[in-house]
Each structure stands twice: as C-alpha cells, then as structure tokens.
Design a protein around this ligand. Sequence first.
Ligand code: NAD
Ligand code: MG
Length: 360
Amino acid sequence: MKYIDLSFDSEPFTYKILIGKDLFNKKVFADSLKGNSVFIVSNETVAPLYLNQLKLALSDYSIFTYLLPDGEQYKSLDSWQELLNAMISVRLRRNDTIIALGGGVVGDMAGFAAACLNRGMSIIQVPTTLLSQVDSSVGGKTAVNHPLGKNLIGAFHQPSLVVTDIKTLGTLPEREFLAGISEIIKAAIISDSAFFEWLDENALHILEHDESALVTMIETSCRIKADIVAEDAKEKGIRAWLNLGHTFGHAIETCAGYGKLLHGEAVAIGICLAAKFSFGNSSLSKTDSERIVRLVQKFGLPTTIPEYLNADELTNAMRLDKKNTSESITLVLPEKVGKVMIDKSVSLSEINEFLTQAMD
Ligand code: NAD
Ligand code: MG
C-alpha cells in the first residue's frame, strides 16, 4: 500500500489526509474508529461503484448505510432531516462514526449531520470527486442549501480522517474531473508559483490520470488549503483568499441557471476574470495574467463569459452576493502568480465597466 500521510496539527484540530490508492482497507480506518458502529452516507451513483469495497474494510463493525438521491438539489434541510431520522432510528451513539462516501454533496450533508447529531460526532470523509478531494473535504465547512441561498445553514466541523483514494477518479465523468482542476489552479495562484509551473508542465500527465501526478497534485493542493485553514479556521482573514475566482464565478453560475455550468467551470471563468481585472485595474503583470488564462485553457476549461449572459445581470448578481456590502464588491485579486490580495472596495460601476468590456 502506497500512500502519503499528510497531517496538520494546529489547534484546535488534528487530522490526517491520506492520499493514495487502494486505501479501502482495515488498517487505514482502524485507528480512527472508536465505537462499535459506523454509519456510511453515500449516494445512488457512488454506492454501486465503491460501497462494497468500503464495507469490506469495515467488516469488524456493525455497518449502517444510507443512500441519498444524486444531485445538489438534495443538499437540502428536508433531505438532511431524513438522514438524521435514519441515524437516530438505528440509535447511533456519540462514539460511533459517520463516514461520507461521495462528492461534496454527500460530504457536506454527512458532515453537517455529524456536526449536529448528539452535539457532534466523529466523521471520516472519503471523497470521490476531484473537487471534494482537494476542496470540500479539507477545512471542516459543512452545510445544506436553503431556497434563498447555497450553504446558508451549516457548521464548522472538522473530520477525524480524510481518505482520498485516487482510484475513485477512474469512474468520474471527465467534465467533473476538469471542474475540480479549477480549484487546484486557484490554490496554485494563491500561494505557490512553483506548483503553478508544475501544473503547466504536467498538464498532459494529469489529463491522462497518471497516478503519481494525481497524488502529487492532490497532496500539494490539500496542503495549500490546509495551511490557509490552519491559520484561519473560521474565515476571519486569509481564508477569504480561497474565494479567488468565486465572486465572478458565483455570479456567472447563478445567472447561467441551474445545470448549465459546473461550479468549477464558473470558477475557471472567474479566475480568468480576476486575472484580467487585476491586470487592468490593479497590480498583475500582463505576462502573469496571460499565463493564468493559458493554464486554465490547457485543462480544457472555459476562460470567457458565455455569450448568453450580460454584464448588467452579472453586476447585479455580484451586488446581491452575501459576501458583499451593497455599495462595493470585495474581490480577491492575484498580485502575481503565487500571491493574492483582497480588495474590499471595488465599486459596482468599475465592475460593470470591466464586465462590459470583457464581453465585447
Ligand atoms: P457532487 O457531490 O454532486 O458530485 C458530482 C457528481 O459526480 C455527482 O453526480 C456524483 O454522484 C458523481 N460522483 C461522485 N464520485 C464519483 C465517482 N468516483 N465516480 C463517478 N461518479 C461520481 O459534486 P462535487 O463537485 O463533488 O461537490 C460539490 C458540492 O460541494 C457543492 O454542494 C458545494 O457547495 C460543496 N462544496 C463544499 C465545500 C466545503 O468546504 N464544504 C467546498 C467546495 C464545495
Ligand atoms: Mg469553489
């Protein structure tokens, strides 16, 4: 068994992120399991692929399973309530463990259940999408959506272990895989120019799912996020860097409407817009702005705003974003590849003008 053991131990939490292949075995899970029972949460797509393997690794415990229907629309308070009903009906106790097997939706739902049931239970994340392996399983944010907004109801609850088996990426649709790359490019731009170059040089290996390239990529990306989160677990300061590309991205995602663009695709466009905005209005060099757009393109991700959207509706969506005050927009902007800054006072008119030009 080959795996990378990535620990981070700044207070108030300590846990390991294991990254490798063939990790669904007894040894990997044993140390983190205390009670007699495990409760696996998965979904209808992922369970037929990986649930049996996981159950074999947990065969020393009583196993309960609960499958969610597949889709972001089931990351709701109603589905969450049903999940809790199932957990309570099998009398899950505080020292038992919840395991999330799936992408970010399963991880967020199970994580929020773990945060609340019995005032907090231990959870092991077993992320099976690239996005969940590098993003949602690291950092302890859990949430469900509300009709008035995404992720409005949730809690910070760190997992006790993250088990990332890269073999699960073998069944992931290519489009979902590429969407996960966006968050990885984002991490590189935020704080690691050497990693940015590595991504550029290794793009082909990554696209061919070369195993060692995947492990290096996921590990480096997790480390970047973990370092940021360890310094700012509750998002009071630098954790906001992780929003690079997301202010533009969220607006694009919302205006495009449900199901048109994947989150990572909207973020890819958002990253390119942040780069272009920073080149025109702030401190990024033309060379670095172009390098960023080229890398996004190299992974087959979109770099420009779809033609069916317009600058006014995007500006309005940015105004309504919960992270902004009404008069000005906060943007995370690259200063150079490997370094970002937060600009809290970008005016709406500046944004509107920029978007209008970007769509010309
Ligand atoms: P997802 O969980 O919906 O998974 C995407 C699709 O891939 C689904 O259809 C899923 O069933 C399928 N799938 C998962 N693993 C598979 C596999 N190995 N093989 C084949 N199919 C597989 O989406 P996602 O992109 O993983 O996560 C998005 C969610 O994560 C959003 O709800 C978002 O809000 C949340 N998120 C949370 C955080 C956080 O910090 N908690 C961070 C980023 C995103
Ligand atoms: Mg994101």
